[in-house]
Ligand binder design. Structure first.
Ligand code: F6P
Length: 353
């Protein structure tokens, strides 16, 4: 058996743990030969692969990033304006692959879903710090990102407290508020602003005023995709040939300027950026990436193709790739973490909650 492994889209902590789990379990149980595809789908387009031995997978469990490299613009269906998917399929055949494991978020799994319709045997593995993939309760990378943001909130608290300031922290997450919500809950934020609920600036100002009146400072966590009511999101850059063309960034500074018009206290904004995505995975992400990677290897062995491994209610399972393709799982008012935040008096910047 020859199995290819590819990591696509933005990197995240836990990718190497997943590569290791897929490769080691297929080598051990199926005596498979593993082919690593370099730099995401670009490696399939440009025919760049490498063999991965059992020993290549040693010592990478705790490594951030991906040993295979990744690319978040490469798309076989739109490569420099051309559809090169048939060349990709030819290369897959030339490599003699029995299956291809695509470790990716919504962008990469959407591409994988289309390739699966071209007679390529594909199994998906869910990754992304954003935690926004449909049909799965978790993606690996999210726990590490949340932990890093939580630590940043703890640090902003002591400096904010000392200077009696309003401290704003901008998080990643695209159109979903999971990182902001979970880290804001873990860090005890006064207000969490998420894309799912456009905020009312007067209400955010009122909360900051009230909380800083009580304790001298206030902490606001704002997701990069959040926007004021009647306003728009802050787009850092648009990358036309990317499967995810919009790059957010800058809402923290924007919010600072908006808030300063409404309150007297000093306001400071911090954007953690890619610090949320780099470095060592938490033990949770290492374990989950290993579990879901081993499960994907089992799917390959069983010939369960065109599907993605998922976790629902603490049970590993699988759903068709088409169910997660081109969709985003956002925070709803029924999510435990959202309800808990509301019950804890955390403001989402909406009037009359
Ligand atoms: O999807 C992961 C993610 O880190 C998002 O949270 C963020 O918006 C985006 O990728 C950043 O992309 P890039 O690394 O291309 O700037």
């Amino acid at each position: 058996m020859r199995v290819g492994i590819l990591t696509g889209g933005g990197d995240c902590p836990g990718l190497n743990a997943a590569i290791r789990a897929v490769a080691k379990s297929l080598i051990l149980k199926q005596k498979a030969e593993i082919i690593g595809v370099k730099d995401g789908f670009l490696g399939l387009i440009e025919k760049r692969t490498t063999t991965i031995s059992y020993s290549d997978c040693s010592g990478i469990l705790n490594l951030g990033g991906t040993i295979l490299g990744t690319h978040n613009r490469a798309d076989p269906f739109n490569h420099e304006g051309r559809d090169v998917s048939s060349h990709v399929k030819d290369y897959y055949d030339t490599l003699g692959l029995d299956a291809l494991v695509v470790i990716g978020g919504d962008g990469s799994l959407s591409i994988a879903s289309e390739l699966a319709q071209m007679d390529m045997n594909i199994v998906g593995v869910p990754k992304t710090i954003d935690n926004d993939l449909m049909c799965t309760d978790r993606t690996f990378g999210f726990d590490t990102a949340t932990s890093i943001v939580t630590e940043a909130i703890d640090r902003l608290r002591t400096t904010g407290q000392s200077h009696k300031r309003i401290m704003i922290l901008e998080t990643m997450g695209r159109n979903a508020g999971w990182i902001a919500l979970h880290s804001g809950l873990a860090g005890g934020a006064d207000s969490i602003l998420i894309p799912e609920h456009p905020y009312n600036i007067e209400e955010v100002a009122r909360i900051c005023q009230a909380r800083s009146g009580d304790k001298g400072y206030a902490l606001v966590v704002v997701a990069e995709g959040a926007r004021p009511q009647g306003g728009s999101t802050v787009v850092r850059e648009t990358i036309a040939d990317s499967p995810d063309p919009i790059r957010f960034g800058g809402i923290g500074e924007d919010l600072k300027r908006q808030l300063e018009k409404h309150i007297d206290a000093e306001v400071r904004a911090t954007n953690l950026g890619h610090i949320q995505r780099g470095g060592t995975p938490t033990s949770f992400d290492r374990i989950f990436a290993t579990e879901v990677g081993c499960y994907a290897a089992k799917m390959v062995a069983n010939g369960e193709f065109g599907k993605v491994a998922i976790i629902r209610n603490n049970t590993l399972g699988q759903v068709p790739l088409s169910k997660v393709a081109n969709k985003t799982r956002v925070v709803t008012e029924e999510d435990i973490s959202y309800m808990t935040a509301v019950n804890m008096g955390i403001s989402f910047g909406i009037k009359q909650q």
